[in-house]
Design a binder for this molecule. Structure first.
Ligand code: ZN
Ligand code: FE
Length: 234
């Protein structure tokens, strides 16, 4: 099992999340998407952790800018999607779609998810029922189509929808409050209450289960590709 600690980076501007992942049995740790160095170093110090790995979801600067300094400080190995090996600063290992990677005794599976950024990957820990979605899936939203087509994003979202409903997902940014206005019905109210109560306590809105997200995220809720195209163009 992994312990997951969200670390808010670029607070008040881009509101990125890095995540500190620790395999509880072996203590082996990784930092996922270190947007900047300082908050990650502070959390590692607080938990007395020296991460063995840096994991990235994609090459955008707000997900990798801490890579080089942290790699040097902790002598960490940088693990990325195969398409990002020559792009992401400090990258050592590239993983293809479906490949697995062991963090101590916890196994991650890589899911290729284009649409937002070419070569974007999701980090999925099936035994932990945890999914790190980077900038593909946010609470109540999806990432912009910067380096991909609607069809690629649609395909990536279908891969996410195929995972078990009780999977908890951890997004790359704190954007949940922006989606609250679009929530409808009982499931929507419940979702909104959960977001607000967590945010009032200074906690991330995440995690939500994919089951909850499928009901409330308009991009996951739409039934077919043409409906999806309509909402991304509206
Ligand atoms: Zn991005
Ligand atoms: Fe981002």
């Amino acid at each position: 099992m992994i312990k997951i600690t969200p670390i808010l980076c670029r607070a008040g501007t881009m509101d990125n999340y890095a995540y500190l992942l620790t395999d509880e049995k072996t203590g082996v740790s990784a930092v996922l998407d270190p947007s900047e160095t300082a908050p990650v170093v502070a959390e590692c110090a607080a938990q007395n952790i020296c991460p063995t790995y840096i994991f990235n979801t994609h090459h955008h600067f707000d997900h990798v800018e801490g890579n080089r300094e942290l790699k040097e400080k902790y002598n960490a190995r940088v693990v990325v999607g195969e398409g990002d090996v020559n792009i992401i600063p400090g990258a050592d290992i590239g993983l293809a779609d479906g490949q697995t990677f062991d963090l101590g005794d916890s196994r991650a599976q890589v899911i290729r998810a284009d649409g937002h950024a070419a070569g974007h990957i999701l980090w999925y820990f099936p035994d932990d029922k945890a999914l790190f979605t980077g900038d593909v899936l946010f609470n109540l939203a999806i990432g912009g189509l910067f380096e991909g087509t609607p069809a690629q994003m649609w395909e990536s979202l279908q891969k996410i929808k195929d995972l078990p409903d009780d999977t908890l997902f951890y997004p790359g940014h704190e954007y949940a409050v922006y989606g609250l206005g679009g929530l409808r019905g009982e499931a929507g109210q419940k979702y909104a209450r959960k977001v607000l109560s967590r945010r009032e306590r200074g906690l991330p809105a995440a995690p939500f289960s994919l089951g909850e997200e499928k009901l409330c995220n308009p991009y996951l809720a739409c039934r077919d590709f043409s409906e999806f195209c309509q909402i991304i163009n509206s």
